[in-house]
Design a protein around this ligand. Structure first.
Ligand SMILES: Cc1ncc(COP(=O)(O)O)c(C=O)c1O
Length: 399
């Protein structure tokens, strides 16, 4: 009998964290490596937020808090939803966890029974299917190909819904593709979801503030007929460069929020009191740097997309948000790398790219769609220029 739970056989370690780790190891061994695998902004947490955390420590704000968030933070979240999304919530419709990931995990654990289905459009954020599996549910993967801009079509959604469907997970802007659902995209999906009144919607809005040009962010809870069935997850990680602080939150139906608190009370208790104080400042404090940072992400996206599209064998869409692109390497499958090894799939491609050129990216199959790879451009222009040169030279050498 194994000491390890059978449940763990259902899942794999996060492949994106694995790539970052591999790049770190190669760097430590003296190799010149540029990591384009990480899912976090390269900017620092703003000073006013850091100061709020330091003040919290000095003021003795260092004890357990209410399990699913301090009243002050919940109020700041309620205000955020009103200010930015024109959504009204009461304090008991808000939950705070140790990162957005934790909140989604709690939501799955709190709601899924064996065999419940969760629709996950692919390419997906790597954690969704595994969280569903851990909670005893069945992920139903719906591939959304490049021709659809990697977005879910309403008719495919309609076909995939069964009496066992409990949730659909929507993520816009998307990790890994950067695809964003416009208001009219969401309206179309809503028509289907309004019909299926047993289905709940988990909207992962963590990249809300990383949108470009004139794209107007819209979230599905803004559809009145659906709001009572939507759990909107967001957090401070990406918008405020606070990935290490571990604060995520969600707003939604009271019964789900209460169930999440029950799980959290028997697992992690409250998220860090200090991080919560910092998150209050993040949400209530100045917001001007968010747009500036989005502008600099946009410059990088423009550079990365145009450079990739100049490489023979690579094709890349120009997404509206997040700090990722999801280029196709399908035209390079079947070629040989400089060691004479055949590139049979996207995993071979990224492995060979890392070994030969020291560029760490993540294979599309890790996100549920083969023949692609994900580049995170949350790194300096200097790094991106070097990296794109190296990718170009690597692709040229394939024959
Ligand atoms: C789509 C998506 N959702 C949720 C998260 C989780 O964010 P957090 O760091 O707040 O746990 C991430 C982080 O990479 C993400 O990409």
């Amino acid at each position: 009998m194994s000491i390890i739970s059978n449940n763990l056989n259902k899942i794999k370690p996060s492949p994106t964290i694995a790539v970052t780790q591999k790049a770190r190891e190669l760097k430590a061994a003296g190799k010149d490596v540029i990591g384009l695998g990480a899912g976090e902004p390269d900017f620092d947490t703003p000073d006013n937020i850091k100061e709020a955390a330091i003040k919290a420590i000095r003021d003795g704000d260092t004890k357990y808090t209410a399990v699913d968030g301090t009243p002050v933070l919940k109020k700041a979240i309620v205000d955020k939803f009103k200010r930015e999304n024109n959504l009204d919530y009461d304090l008991d419709q808000i939950t705070v966890g140790a990162g957005g990931k934790h909140v989604i995990y709690n939501a799955m654990m709190a709601t899924l029974n064996e065999g419940d289905e969760v629709i996950v459009p692919a390419p997906y954020w790597v954690s969704y299917p595994d969280m569903v599996l851990l909670a005893g549910g069945t992920p139903i993967i719906l591939e959304c190909d490049e021709k659809q801009g990697f977005k879910l079509s309403p008719s495919e959604l309609d076909k995939a819904i069964t009496p066992k469907t409990k949730w659909i997970i929507l993520n816009s802007p998307s990790n890994p593709t950067g695809a964003c659902y416009s208001e009219s995209d969401i309206l179309e999906l809503s028509k289907i979801l309004i019909k299926h009144s047993h289905v709940y919607i988990l909207s992962d809005d963590i990249y809300e503030h990383v949108v470009y040009e004139n794209f107007k962010f819209f979230t599905i809870a803004q559809i009145k007929e659906l709001k009572g069935r939507v759990l909107t997850m967001n957090g401070v990680s990406k918008a405020y460069s606070m990935t290490g602080w571990r604060i995520g939150y969600a707003a939604g139906p009271k019964d789900i929020i209460k169930a999440i608190a029950k799980i959290q009370s028997q697992s992690t208790t409250n998220p860090s009191s200090i991080s919560q104080a910092a998150a209050v400042e993040a949400l209530n404090g100045k917001q001007d740097f968010i747009k500036e940072r989005a502008k600099s992400f946009q410059e990088r996206r423009d550079f990365v997309v145009s450079s990739l599209n100049q490489i023979e064998g690579i094709e890349c869409l120009n997404p509206d948000g997040a700090f990722y692109v999801f280029p196709s390497c399908k035209a390079l499958i079947g070629k040989k790398d400089p060691n004479g090894n055949v590139i049979n799939n996207d995993t071979d491609f990224v492995k060979s790219l890392l070994e030969h050129s020291g560029i760490a990216v993540v294979q599309g199959s890790a996100f549920g769609l083969e023949g692609f790879f994900r580049i995170s451009y949350a790194t300096s222009m200097e790094n991106l220029k070097k990296a794109l040169d190296k990718i170009k030279n690597f692709c040229k050498e394939l024959n």
